[in-house]
Write a protein that binds this ligand. Structure first.
Ligand code: PRX
Length: 650
């Protein structure tokens, strides 16, 4: 399906789904007046929600807004780990499962709040013994094993800033992030499991720390002998050191609400990723509130988010959100098709999961595999479903509703970003009528609009730029080390108004339909990748003179990467070179950035002012009739590319 067809289908969608009376009756947020109350006084709404956290010193100021800089609850103090773990150890949840972990090979581990707390305290002592203190940056490059949340919670407990790097990233990407954050400690594992294979993390970590200020590399043993780990001088075994550390409780460091909790890198429109900065109080209020409102979390739930903690979804909705709400959160280490395609449904059955949060790309993969993998299992415990990461097409929404939700689970399609910290546009499942493909309306306390080029509201029935018009507690505070870029990227177009970089359509009922990115960012299987990052990687290859990268629509991944490459003088194109270049990008950035297709071209289509015409490239990659070509400097360039596309298709 081309991009145009996709939009066409989306905007013709008319089906609606009301929450059932049974769901309404039990919903945490059941009074529709909340929307209006929050809209009338968002600060009062957020101050009231903040009462759900435990503060060491109660805040008296809710918001200070000096656009584009916001401070929330700025005279309050608290600790994120105290809120996520320790406070639950003091009450009835002490022996409740906090994390249920399922390893890919079939091993599993349950950590109650008390057990988790003990592990975190030991890890906190361990970090201290390695000289890590408040404000220091700790890079974490771990697979989805329990030590990952334990490490992040230990950082938060002592006031260190964690920066987690998704374990699928290559060593260069890891190194860039370590350098940018100036981390003094790296926590990694010998290796990880993925689809039955062993992924050598330690090797990447070794390459990444060279020439950085990392003093120690703390190594978790996940795989053991088969990982063939080489130990270096800086390396310290997590397990050995844990065994030596005291088992005494570690007192939570009182943090100012505006102290940094973490930095998480995400792709932007330049080759350099942005270190998104989240602070403690506001972020936690956003994570905790949305857990209760959007995910309707209850003590009786078993909640399963299939994301990786290396992305923001995992930060907020595997760790800080569910744990701060005292919930049971399931984390799975591996691939959804290992050992077979029913793995996620087997996990749902095994742990009697009640809430499932996943991505449209996974749903489309399940569609392709067919419902038989679901039907092998009892998934009747599910009561609520969530979607995140990219626009969900109505067909996938309906399939999710029918085959996984068995037509009785509300679906919360949650639009948000690394920068927003928590879900911004999403239905409250007991209150909102949903429409397949629409994230519906902003959650209470969030003000969103769709505007034109001049910042004027387009009104119902029209499309434009999605904007967030008022500050919110879990908004990013800045870009680490680059406040100018923060101001320019997010607040440069419309003053005092946050620009997420997505296009949206507003329908007659004021429902929002997210149309996708409007900048040079691609969304591949819910992973955000900057076209410039891939281009920079490609031109580092000795055969490449110039490269242009675009996202083309893809039935399963949402978007796929197509690269247009001009080779250096005297280099001939070949199938081998295509393979080599794809692998090169994979090694430079990570497997998720591997181009789906590479087209060779003597020249890239450019305007007379030398701007690459990406729109034309997109038309070519999607096999469409070409749009306006009048500004093209050399029309023959496009002809030869079109021919290549047709040859590939035939
Ligand atoms: O384009 C939007 C898309 O993902 C982008 C944010 O990516 P990232 O920071 O990696 O965070 C992903 C998980 C929150 C957005 O700018 N996106 C995310 N959720 C949705 C979405 N697009 C449409 N519908 C969604 N529910």
């Amino acid at each position: 399906m081309t991009e145009a067809d996709r939009l066409d289908t989306l905007l013709k969608e008319t089906r609606t789904f009301m929450p059932s009376q049974a769901f309404k009756n039990q919903a945490n947020f059941a009074d529709p007046a909340i929307y209006e109350q929050a809209a009338n006084d968002p600060e009062a709404y957020w101050a009231a929600q903040a009462e759900n956290l435990t503060w060491f010193t109660k805040f008296t100021k809710t918001l200070e807004w000096n656009p584009p800089h916001a401070k929330w609850f700025s005279d309050g103090t608290l600790n994120a780990t105290y809120n996520a773990v320790d406070r639950h150890r003091e009450g009835i949840r002490k022996n409740k499962a906090a994390i249920i972990w399922e390893g890919e090979p079939g091993d599993s581990r349950v950590l109650t709040y008390d057990m988790l707390g003990r592990e975190v305290d030991r890890a906190a002592h361990m970090l201290k013994s390695l000289g890590v203190g408040k404000g220091d940056r700790v890079a974490i490059y771990l697979p989805m094993i329990p030590e990952l949340p334990i490490a992040m919670l230990a950082c938060a407990k002592i006031g260190a800033i964690h920066t987690i790097v998704f374990a699928g990233f290559a060593s260069t990407s890891l190194k860039d992030r370590i350098l940018d954050a100036d981390a003094k400690l790296l926590i990694t594992a010998d290796a990880g499991y993925r689809r039955g294979n062993i992924v050598p993390l330690k090797q990447n970590a070794d390459e990444a720390v060279e020439g950085t200020n990392v003093e120690h590399v703390l190594v978790v043993t996940r795989v053991g002998e088969k990982a063939n780990t080489t130990w270096h001088e800086k390396d310290v075994s997590w397990h050995d050191l844990m065994a030596k550390t005291p088992t005494t409780p570690f007192p939570a460091e009182p943090m100012n609400a505006e102290d940094i909790l973490y930095i998480l890198y995400t792709s932007g429109t330049t080759g350099k990723p942005k270190g998104i900065v989240h602070t403690t109080g506001g972020y936690l209020v956003g994570a905790n509130t949305s857990m209760r409102s959007v995910f309707d979390i209850k003590d009786s739930d078993v909640y399963f988010c299939t994301a990786d903690i290396g992305w923001v979804t995992g930060h907020t909705y595997i760790v800080y959100g569910p744990l701060s709400a005292g919930a049971t959160t399931v984390m799975y280490e591996g691939a959804p098709d290992f050992p077979d395609r029913d793995r996620l449904f087997a996990i749902i059955e095994k742990y009697a999961v009640t809430i499932l949060y996943t991505a449209p790309t996974s749903i489309r993969t399940f569609m392709k595999w067919g419902p038989s993998y679901i039907d092998q299992h009892d998934v009747s415990t599910l009561r609520l479903l969530g979607s995140v990461g990219e626009p969900i097409n109505p067909e996938a929404w309906m399939w999710y509703h029918v085959h996984i939700g068995k037509e009785h689970c509300p679906i919360v399609d949650t639009w948000w970003q690394t920068e927003t910290g928590c879900a911004m546009i999403a239905p409250l499942p007991g209150l909102m009528t949903t429409k397949p493909g629409s994230a519906t309306r902003p959650v209470p306390g969030i003000s969103v609009d769709v505007v034109d080029e001049n910042g004027v509201s387009v009104g119902p029935g029209n499309g434009g730029y999605l904007v967030i018009t008022k500050p919110w507690p879990s908004m990013l505070r800045t870009i680490w080390g680059d406040d100018e870029r923060f101001k320019k990227t997010y607040f440069g177009k419309f003053e005092g108004i946050y620009l997420p970089g997505d296009g949206a359509h507003l329908d007659e009922d004021n429902y929002i339909w997210i149309l996708g990115r409007i900048d040079d960012v691609i969304n591949v299987s819910g992973h955000r990748i900057g076209t410039m990052e891939v281009e920079s990687a490609l031109v580092e290859h000795e055969s490449v003179a110039e490269a242009a990268v675009i996202g083309r629509s893809h039935d399963v991944k949402g978007q796929a990467i197509a690269a247009f490459v001009t080779l250096r003088e005297g280099i001939a194109s070949s199938d081998e070179l295509v393979k080599e270049l794809k692998q090169f990008v994979s090694t430079k950035i990570g497997a998720m950035a591997r181009p789906e297709e590479i087209y060779f071209t003597a020249e890239l289509p450019k305007t007379r002012s030398a701007k690459i015409m990406r729109r034309l490239l997109r038309d070519i990659a999607e096999g469409r009739a070409l749009g306006d070509t009048t500004t093209l400097a050399d029309p023959s360039v496009v002809e030869s590319l079109k021919q290549q596309y047709q040859e590939k298709e035939s």
